[in-house]
Write a protein that binds this ligand. Structure first.
Ligand code: FAD
Length: 505
């Protein structure tokens, strides 16, 4: 290797992961590195994935994407959080809202002031925690508009993500962002050749006989993990004992009813059902555990719980929750479904693609792919996946439901020690600490912990520094500011129709 620099990157797969990787790498690396993407129309893409989290807006900005234009193309609407129904108890409902909740005072996180109010009176006599979240207040009334900050106050504004057709998003990247910068090849990879001396990938052979050589390969081939598993055999860590759902049925339904600016996830007898409003249809799906419910029964539950008429038959998908033991091995990096899968309860998969690409760029190797770099990438990836996994497990573990064998098993399961520690710390002290740069913030964890009925026994002693009058005034002021800001926001469907360019046919 005279010139050790990477000059040719080959991406296998043209799903959301492949096209996100292609667009971002082309933009970040510039003309010095040739990016080639191989995709197979015959194999197709997974074709689901409609809910995102706010971080996606960073990459859109980096790529220079016009948000309105992209959302029109991908039939997008706006998302303020996820409403979780029936997870703690039948009939429960809470929002995991994006954005701020209240305002810290000095060193003391806001929720300790709210906890103090609850503990001095009762939860029934205290305004709800979500009365301090602008996102939650807007979501409750189906309102939406971007708002940087609450005017004349230190409170943050609306923090939002999108609901969209992820296949159309990938197509948008392909047609609007990547042309000229990415060489696209239609073809099926039928063989992979390795360098004899180090086992690095040398080239791919396509079904038309063409050989595609590269210095670095990105495996975005979906669940099959064509390179990372099929060729390099890195192994898969199975998390089904914690996240037991293994199948999904997806079906679109006609638009109708309120255009809610949030994803809905509603627990069922052996899993849960999503509802995601797009401009031209509603996306629905039932994620379930095949040990506890038949496919027919799962389909019947899904269809019985649609708000509008189904547009076709439910489409089946199978998966194994877990992660690839090594997302990066030799000169191959796996992204998207090839790297691992966690169910879409908190809409994290597309984000994990994005953070994988950011991490690769931060650690961009030369052709040697030094083992220390590879190890560091894999260590950080594992940390990120495991913390997301733990938040998902919390939705199942912290349940009081015993009405079906599935929920009985969830409530009784052993959980990872880091999650057990976090739950016990919160239960005893009300304290939550975000670990390093894990994805979910204290505010995210707080909402899920409380929403799943884990009640802290005390609040932070520093929250006692206020007098009762000061505490009441502080809480009331924030509620007033949140309520006033919420009232300035238009209905979500009006904003989509007006500012974002109309409801597509
Ligand atoms: C039920 C379900 C619901 C989901 N919901 C969400 C959600 O709400 N939010 C979210 O963020 N994520 C969600 N996801 C995840 C999301 O769909 C994926 O993360 C995302 O679509 C990326 O998929 P991918 O590109 O990795 O794989 P795929 O879409 O499967 O693409 C694989 C690509 O590889 C190509 N390929 C495979 N083999 C070969 C070969 N031999 N030669 C050439 N090309 C090949 C295929 O043709 C295709 O282009 C969901 C996933 C599932 C299963």
């Amino acid at each position: 290797m005279n010139d050790p620099r990477i000059r040719r990157i080959v991406i296998v797969g043209g799903g959301t992961a492949g096209w996100m990787a292609a667009a971002l790498l082309a933009k970040a690396l510039g003309a010095g590195v040739a990016i080639r993407l191989v995709e197979s129309a015959e194999i197709g893409t997974v074709g689901v994935g409609e809910a995102t989290i706010p971080q996606i807006r960073h990459i859109n900005r980096f790529l220079g994407i016009d948000e309105d234009d992209m959302l029109r193309f991908a039939h997008g609407t706006y998302k303020l959080g996820v409403q979780l129904n029936g997870f703690g108890r039948l009939g429960d409902s809470y929002l995991h809202a994006f954005g701020d909740l209240g305002l810290p005072l000095g060193l003391t996180p806001f929720h300790h002031y709210w906890l103090r109010a609850v503990q001095e009176r009762s939860r029934a006599d205290t305004p709800d925690l979500w009365a301090y979240s602008l996102n939650a207040a807007a979501a409750a009334e189906n309102r939406f508009a971007p708002l940087e900050a609450v005017p004349d106050s230190p409170l943050g504004g609306i923090r939002y993500a999108y609901h969209f057709d992820a296949s159309r998003y990938a197509q948008y990247l392909r047609e609007h962002i990547a042309p000229g910068a990415v060489q696209r090849t239609e073809g099926k990879v039928v063989d992979v050749r390795l360098h004899a001396e180090d086992g690095f990938i040398e080239s791919l052979q396509l079904d038309n006989g063409e050989i595609v050589e590269g210095d670095f390969f990105i495996d975005c081939s979906g669940f099959r993990g064509l390179l990372i598993e099929g060729t390099l055999n890195t192994g898969y860590e199975n998390w089904q004992h914690w996240l037991p759902c293994d199948r999904a049925l997806a079906v679109a339904s006609a638009p109708g009813g309120p255009m809610r600016p949030y994803t809905q996830a509603s627990a069922r007898t052996a899993g849960w059902q999503w509802r995601i409003p797009l401009r031209h249809r509603v996306g629905n799906g039932h994620v379930y555990c095949s040990r506890f419910i038949s496919d027919d029964e799962a389909a019947a539950q899904l269809l019985a719980n649609l708000e509008t008429e189904a547009l076709g038959d439910p489409r089946p998908l199978r998966f194994v929750t877990g992660m690839r033991r090594l997302a990066w091995s030799r000169n191959c990096l796996a992204l998207g479904l090839a790297a691992g899968f966690m169910e879409p309860l908190e809409s994290t998969s597309i984000h994990l693609v994005q953070s994988g690409i950011s991490r690769l760029l931060a650690m961009f190797p030369d052709r040697h792919c030094e083992q220390q770099l590879v190890d560091e990438y894999n260590r950080q990836t594992r940390f990120e996946y495991e913390r997301v996994r733990d938040l998902l497990i919390l939705h199942y573990k912290a349940t009081e439901r015993t009405d079906t064998p599935f929920w009985q098993q969830c409530g009784a399961m052993e959980i990872p020690p880091a999650l057990a520690r976090r739950i016990e710390l919160f239960r005893r002290t009300g304290m939550i600490f975000r670990e390093a740069d894990e994805l979910f913030t204290e505010t995210g964890w707080l909402q899920v912990l409380l929403g799943q009925r884990i009640e802290p026994q005390r609040h932070h002693p520093l929250a006692d520094a206020l007098t009762t009058e000061q505490l009441d005034g502080f809480l009331a002021d924030i509620r007033t500011l949140v309520g006033r800001a919420k009232n300035t926001l238009p209905p979500h469907h009006e904003f989509v129709a007006r500012a974002a360019g109309g409801l597509a046919a």
